[in-house]
Structures are given as C-alpha cells and as structure tokens.
Design a protein around this ligand. Structure first.
Ligand SMILES: [Zn+2]
Length: 71
C-alpha cells in the first residue's frame, strides 16, 4: 500500500520537473532578434545560442527566475 503511494509521489515529482523544463523551452521568443550580450541580472556573458533565441538572462539566472515564478 505505502509503496504504491511512494511511486506515485515520484511520478508526480518527475512530471513537475518535466513541465518546468517545458515552460522554459516554450518561452522562447520569436527568432530574428538577438538578445543582449550580457545577462540583465548578473552581467555575465550570455552564450550566443541563447542570444539567438532572444534571451536576456544567462542560464543560471533564467533557471533561478523560473524557480521563483513557480512558487
Ligand atoms: Zn545571469
């Protein structure tokens, strides 16, 4: 009985993780607009691949922001 509940809990957590990743990916703005060279939050360089997608934050700041929003 209790084992089943644990399994279900893990599945829920995995699902939450997946949906978070999906929300990050789905927030890509339209192409053709380069993002800024530096992260708007910490000033670190943003990888060209991210700039090509129009991101204004480095990976670390984007992830942190996602987590704050998710709460
Ligand atoms: Zn940053």
């Amino acid at each position: 009985m209790s084992e089943r509940m644990i399994e279900r809990d893990e599945a829920t957590q995995n699902w939450l993780k997946d949906s978070q990743v999906n929300s990050i990916r789905s927030r890509i703005p339209p192409k053709g607009q380069l993002g800024p060279e530096d992260c708007q939050e910490c000033g670190n360089d943003i990888p060209m691949k991210r700039r090509e997608h129009g991101y204004e934050l480095c990976v670390a700041c984007a992830e942190r922001r996602e987590r704050n929003v998710g709460r």
